[in-house]
Design a protein around this ligand. Structure first.
Ligand SMILES: Nc1ncnc2c1ncn2[C@@H]1O[C@H](COP(=O)(O)OP(=O)(O)OP(=O)(O)O)[C@@H](O)[C@H]1O
Ligand SMILES: [Mg+2]
Length: 225
């Protein structure tokens, strides 16, 4: 089944002579269980594409469908529910809540999703273990290393068991060994739990854990065999 359908999406920031065309007629299809690597230089539109797919940003034209749901047809409230229940984001800057511990940063997502609390707590402990963070779970973000923060952000994205995983450079702060471990965890989640995922990366070594690579240049998607 088609997990994500991006159809002819253009995104223009601003207007007039300061307008930036961040996406140009971008089309992309992703099936269930597919893990896609998105490669492209800085400023090429990678974060913009993830934001449009995850319903954080409305496209200027074109449409995005997740499963059989068109994002544009949803009310603001429905979009928020959709994001809370079905999308796991790992942002480029992690965006951890500074006054919550590592574990709380992960479980806080449960309070805005419809998943039962006990399920979220159990998943958080399992993910803390898989991400090698169990003995750091009570630390605040400022008491964590960059790589630990990055792993907390990944755990937070997975804790609600979303259908769609959107990760923006998940290995930027990790060494090769940890980076590989984290990307394999993402790949396993996608394969065994019926998800679809897109990972922005600059690290070609991580591409081998994905099914397919798509490149983006100046807002245009170039498919690759
Ligand atoms: N909110 C915004 N307002 C105006 N222009 C923006 C905005 N966000 C991004 N842009 C511009 O849109 C283009 C694409 O940005 P985007 O963040 O998608 O790039 P990226 O591929 O994720 O880059 P990086 O690898 O550096 O994270 C860039 O030229 C950027 O300056
Ligand atoms: Mg970016």
């Amino acid at each position: 089944m088609t997990a994500i359908n991006v159809d002819d999406v253009t995104k223009i920031y601003g207007e007039g002579h300061t307008a930036v065309r961040a996406l140009r007629d971008a089309s992309l299809e992703l099936r269930d269980n597919e893990f896609l690597a998105l490669l492209g230089p800085s400023g090429s539109g990678k974060t913009t594409l993830l934001s449009v797919i995850g319903g954080l940003l409305a496209p200027t034209s074109g449409r995005v469908t997740i499963g059989d749901t068109a994002l544009a047809g949803m009310s603001k409230k429905e979009q928020t529910r959709f994001r809370a229940n079905r999308v796991g984001f790992v942002f480029q800057g992690f965006n951890l809540v500074p006054f919550l511990t590592a574990r709380e940063n992960m479980t806080v997502m449960g309070s805005i999703s419809d998943a039962p609390r006990s399920e979220i707590e159990a998943r958080a402990d399992q993910l803390l273990d898989e991400l090698g963070l169990t003995d750091r779970k009570n630390n605040l973000p400022e008491q964590l290393s960059g790589g630990e923060r990055q792993r907390v952000a990944i755990g937070r994205a997975l804790v609600t068991d979303p259908d769609l995983i959107l990760v923006d450079e998940p290995t930027a702060s990790l060494d090769t060994e940890l980076g590989t471990q984290v990307v394999r965890l993402l790949a396993t989640e996608i394969k065994t739990r019926g998800k679809a995922g897109i990972m922005v990366t600059h690290d070609l070594r991580m591409v081998e854990y994905t099914d397919r690579t798509v490149r983006i240049l100046d807002g245009e998607l170039l498919d690759e065999a």
